[in-house]
Design a binder for this molecule. Structure first.
Ligand SMILES: [Cu+2]
Length: 298
């Protein structure tokens, strides 16, 4: 039994070390994209995703311990109570104490898991105001921005209603539609992840995201932000994020939406407040040139 305990301890230590290694290996400032042989989540860029990662790590340790405990029991029973070792089986059918213990302990474990789980689900789901973000994460948000993401077969359209900006973002590494498979893909603009136009948001801003489907159900998903929200025709869903690290982040449509589902990625650029203002100015000028668009006409 001592040896089993030692081996279990070593296994847990190795598992924790591997988790830590995977975690530090994925630490690359401000670039959210999957990597070959990636083991863990992408490096979080929002406080919600940071919480998702730490909750996941906590659960991994917990389930590893539980699995090892059950495995230990199983091995002990095989060794101790096989027909050779235990020729006369016990006739016991009840043990009140045991039954109370194996009911109460799992319930306690489930409650320990449920409380942080529901707390996190609530935070991820309810769109907060600036005061709530400060209360939850101690972040003073730099302004609030509304963005509408519209899923189309097979690209995303974006609207910044308060800025009178709207544009389409196609899969591709350059400003040309259909450049999805382009050999021009670079590590900074990965193939099948980069889009012709990026969603640009300032760092530390509270972004309220509205999603809707133009034709079928799509889903706007950004792994580094901990956001995955369906875009359903005839119904507006909402999500939110506060990106606390400048950089470029990639996501994908995450609801099977037809033939081109794999070719409608999402690119979000988190920039400084100053660069955001510059982007707004140039985008507004572009909108004014494109006469006949809904917002420019207003
Ligand atoms: Cu899709």
């Amino acid at each position: 039994m001592k040896m089993v305990r030692k081996a279990a301890g070593a296994f847990v230590a190795v598992a924790v070390a591997m988790l830590a290694m995977a975690h530090s290996a994925s630490a690359q400032a401000g670039f959210g994209a999957p990597k070959p042989w990636q083991m863990n989540f992408q490096e979080p860029a929002t406080p919600v995703m940071a919480e998702v990662v730490s909750f996941h790590n906590f659960l991994t340790v917990l389930i590893t311990l539980i699995s090892l405990f059950v495995l230990g029991l199983l091995l002990y029973i095989i060794w101790r109570f096989n027909a050779k070792a235990n020729p006369v089986p016990s006739k016991n059918s009840h043990n009140t104490m045991l039954e109370v213990v194996w009911t109460v302990i799992p319930i306690t474990i489930l409650v320990i898991m449920a409380i942080p789980s529901f707390r996190l689900l609530y935070k991820a789901d309810v769109v907060p105001d600036a005061a709530k973000v400060r209360e939850w994460y101690g972040i003073n948000v730099a302004g609030t921005i509304d963005i509408k993401a519209i899923g189309n077969q097979w690209f995303w359209s974006y609207e910044y209603p308060n800025e009178r900006i709207k544009f389409d973002a196609f899969c591709g590494v350059g400003p040309i539609e259909g450049a999805c498979f382009s050999q021009d893909a670079t590590p900074k603009r990965p193939r099948l992840l980069a889009t012709t136009e990026s969603v640009v948001v300032p760092v530390n801003a509270l972004v309220r995201l509205l999603t809707v489907g133009q034709d079928v159900i799509h889903a706007w998903a950004m792994p580094a932000f901990g956001v995955k929200i369906d875009a359903v025709p005839g119904r507006t869903n909402h999500a939110w994020f506060v990106a606390t690290r400048e950089g470029t982040y990639f996501g994908q449509c995450s609801e099977l939406c037809g033939q081109g589902h794999g070719y409608m990625p999402i690119t979000v650029e988190v920039v400084s407040q100053q660069r955001y203002q510059q982007w707004l100015t140039s985008k507004r000028a572009e909108m004014a040139v494109k006469n006949g668009t809904q917002f420019a006409a207003n």
